[in-house]
Each structure stands twice: as structure tokens, then as C-alpha cells.
Design a protein around this ligand. Structure first.
Ligand code: DSN
Length: 440
């Protein structure tokens, strides 16, 4: 049996599973819009010694001894992140995007305050006010949506709801929205009712980093993100501000003092919602941020958009119904109702051909979130593997073949073989070799 080749490994059972997962990632076409493949040095930093260290607190202000190197690691991550987005303050400790958003709410709002976010069923995120999430349980969550005719954000609806309800915070950003955002208009709406604006850029962060989409920092008070989607870093979260300011809602620090937002946000992350930071992940974030600052990454980010647009065109050409008719970013949302296939069936059948994507509700969906009428397709991961515009048509052709032969297992088996053959051209982690392990 082949074993995952890693120096000094002893746990064959577990490392065999890691090898299996590596092979799955290598062989398949990865189209989950929120996934990506980090560089090998990001993986190495993640699997490294800071995992052994407790470092509650922040650089220079820790609750444990022995943090002098950790301070340098975390400061490097913060400095690089601030440089990417021209931010004046950043916190790199949130364990995830959900934690980042939780901390922003905790820093600014009181339980029961009103928040206004994009409806989950229209492409929003759980943490933007879903009743199933803390954001919908502890705050009075209101939502805006997209326009039925265009599939684009209904800013008039956002404005009317804001004026009628006067929320304390407006949240923009999405998990399944393929168009850019009008941050200027959102800020004007927020200012007219005295609300703060949080832009959750988890999905397009890497494209915004390179100026390929509108800049939320110009208009939004806070920007949160994950680090593992288009940013191509380890799994985690971040919060940033370009301009610090005093919290207008009178939220105080634990000693009862009114403090600037930067201080309240730091306190909200730790000790507000988290304990010890994951410094090995923060080390890997620093590596990824260093990569984002390179010209090579600029080429990558441009290619992501070029690939998404080429893929969208191929889908449209084959009669697929794309919400908003196309994409400005890295993903597209496809309504499969004209193909008479549910999102669930499409996801499960494409999985059999090793084409991975996710079922997704489409705006005004008549099916449950467990079934859905659509699929979400994203290109960040395949772009990392080196695929270009010319490769998008063959992928769409393979998807189309599967969806047109949804119950034909032998046809799907043929596509699976094609997928494996196709992806062999684009090696993933050649640094990791499989081989017999010499067990002591
Ligand atoms: N689950 C993520 C996504 O797939 O978009 C959002 O958190």
C-alpha cells in the first residue's frame, strides 16, 4: 500500500487517509466557489511549531511568557495584511469568517439591535442574520434581496427597509452573488439612518486585493473576510478597518470605558469570543499574505476573472440560466429549473464524475435548502491549478454531458475517466510524493 510520504510519520492509519484526500483533490475538478489550493509553503507553515504555543492577548500584550517569536509572526501577518488592503488596523486572530463577523457585532451592537443583511436564500451568508444563526437569534435581523428581473442587489429595497427600520448595521457581501457591490450607495443609505456598514468580502477578497473589483474600504466602516477562498491562504478569518473611529452606539469595554473601534474589536475577538489564537494558522496567513503581495498573484487574480467569464459564456451558450446572466467575479449561480434537474441531484451526480461543486438556492427558489434549484460554480481552485480560458469549454462540456445523462452511470463513468485524464496535466503538490513508508 502507498503511504503519504512525510518524514517520521508513524500514524499510518491517519496518514493513509490524508493521502486518500490528496489523491481526491488531485484527480478531480474542484469547482466549489469557496475553496482553493494553498501553496505548499502555506501548508508547511500550518503544520508547524506555533501550534504548541499559548499566546492569549496581542503582540506586546500577552498573558503568557515565551511569546517573543509569536509576536513577530503575528505582527508580520498584520503588517502584510494592512499593506494588501491599505488598512490602518487589522486583527488576524479570528478562527473563521463567522468568528470575524461575530466579533464585529459584539464590538458595536447590543443584543436586540437591528441588523440588515442580504437574505440567505438570495445569496447571503448565515452570519448576516439567518434565524438559524446567532446573528438572527441575538439581533433583530432584517433582510434585503435581489431583483427578480436582473438577479442584482435591490438597493431600493435595502434603502426602503433601512429608512423604515433604522438598523444599527448594514451588512453587504455574499456567498453566492456573482456581481460587484455599490459600496458608495450602501454607505449613503447607512449614513441616512445612522447605521454602520460591514462589508464581508470572504468570497472576492483576493480580487479586491488586486483592485479588480470595487474597493469596500473606501466606504465601509469594517471589512471582514475569510483567508482561504480567493485569498488562497489557510482556513481562517480576519477583520480590518481603513479608518479607526469612536463607536457611536456607546458600547463600552469591560471596564466601562468608551474606546475607539480598533480597541473594541480587539477585545471582541479576545477575550470576547475566543481564547488562545491559532498561531500556526496565523503564521500560514502571513505566508499567504506575502504571496498576495506578489505580481504572480496579480496574474492569478486576473486569470480567475477571465476563467469565470469564459466559463459563464460556455454555460450560457449551452442554454444554462445564469442568475444575472453572467459574472464580475470568481463564481456563477445557475438556475437548473429549465433543465428539470434539482441542485441536489446535479451535485450528487457530478460528484460521481469527480466534478465537485455545491447545490445552491437560487433567488426566489421554490425548493428547500436541502434540495435547491441551482448550483454554484467557482473557478479559484482550478485557476490555481493552472487552467486557463481555453480549458473552461471542455469542463462545461463534461458537466453538460453528466447533467444530460443524469441516470446513465456508464456514461458518467466515462466522464470520470476524462476528468482524471484532464487534470493530470495540472499537478497538485508535486512536493508531496507517495511511497512506501519505512516503519521503525
Ligand atoms: N461556506 C462558505 C461558502 O461556501 O461560501 C461560506 O461560509
Amino acid at each position: 500500500m502507498l503511504h503519504y510520504f512525510w518524514p517520521m510519520q508513524k500514524d499510518i492509519q491517519l496518514f493513509d487517509l490524508l493521502h486518500k484526500e490528496l489523491e481526491r483533490q488531485r484527480n478531480g475538478i474542484e469547482l466549489i466557489a469557496s475553496e482553493n489550493f494553498t501553496s505548499y509553503q502555506v501548508i508547511q507553515a500550518m503544520g508547524s511549531v506555533p501550534t504548541n504555543k499559548y499566546a492569549e492577548g496581542y503582540p506586546g500584550k500577552r498573558f503568557y511568557g515565551g511569546c517573543e517569536v509569536i509576536d513577530e509572526i503575528e505582527s508580520l501577518a498584520i503588517d502584510r495584511l494592512k499593506k494588501i488592503f491599505n488598512a490602518s488596523w487589522a486583527n488576524v486572530q479570528p478562527h473563521s469568517g463567522a468568528q470575524a463577523n461575530t466579533a464585529v457585532f459584539l464590538a458595536c451592537l447590543k443584543p436586540g439591535d437591528k441588523i440588515l443583511g442580504l437574505d440567505l436564500s438570495m445569496g447571503g451568508h448565515l452570519t448576516h442574520g439567518s434565524p438559524a444563526n446567532f446573528s438572527g437569534k441575538y439581533y433583530q435581523a432584517l433582510s434585503y434581496g435581489v431583483k427578480k428581473e436582473t438577479g442584482t442587489i435591490d438597493y431600493d429595497h435595502m434603502e426602503a427597509t433601512a429608512k423604515a427600520e433604522r438598523p444599527k448595521m448594514i451588512i453587504c457581501g455574499a456567498s453566492a452573488y456573482s456581481r460587484d457591490w455599490d459600496y458608495k450607495r450602501i454607505r449613503a443609505i447607512a449614513d441616512s439612518v445612522g447605521a454602520l456598514v460591514l462589508a464581508d468580502i470572504a468570497h472576492p477578497a483576493g480580487l479586491i486585493a488586486k483592485g479588480l473589483l470595487n474597493d469596500p474600504f473606501e466606504h465601509c466602516h469594517f471589512v471582514s473576510s475569510t483567508t482561504h477562498k480567493t485569498l488562497r491562504g489557510p482556513r481562517g478569518g480576519i477583520i480590518m478597518m481603513r479608518h479607526d473611529f469612536d463607536n457611536p452606539f456607546g458600547v463600552k469595554d469591560p471596564k466601562g470605558n468608551i474606546r475607539p473601534m480598533s480597541a473594541l474589536l480587539d477585545l471582541a475577538v479576545f477575550p470576547g469570543i475566543q481564547g488562545g489564537p491559532l498561531e500556526h494558522i496565523i503564521a500560514a496567513k502571513a505566508v499567504a499574505f506575502g504571496e498576495v503581495l506578489t505580481d504572480e498573484y496579480t496574474v492569478y487574480a486576473k486569470q480567475v476573472i477571465a476563467n469565470a467569464q469564459a466559463m459563464a459564456k460556455s454555460f450560457v451558450k449551452r442554454g444554462y440560466d445564469l442568475i444575472s446572466n453572467g459574472t464580475d467575479n470568481h463564481l456563477m449561480l445557475i438556475d437548473l429549473r429549465n433543465k428539470n434537474i434539482t441542485g441536489k441531484k446535479a451535485q450528487e451526480t457530478l460528484d460521481k464524475a469527480h466534478i465537485t461543486l455545491n447545490k445552491n438556492a437560487v433567488p426566489f427558489d421554490d425548493k428547500s435548502p436541502f434540495i435547491t434549484s441551482g448550483i454554484r460554480v467557482g473557478v479559484p481552485a482550478i485557476t490555481t491549478r493552472g487552467l486557463k480560458e481555453v480549458h473552461m469549454e471542455p469542463i462545461v462540456e463534461m458537466i453538460d454531458t453528466v447533467l444530460n445523462n443524469i441516470d446513465n452511470n456508464s456514461k458518467i463513468e466515462v466522464v470520470k475517466e476524462e476528468v482524471h485524464e484532464f487534470m493530470k496535466e495540472f499537478p497538485l503538490y508535486p512536493e508531496i510524493e507517495a511511497g512506501e513508508v519505512a516503519t521503525a
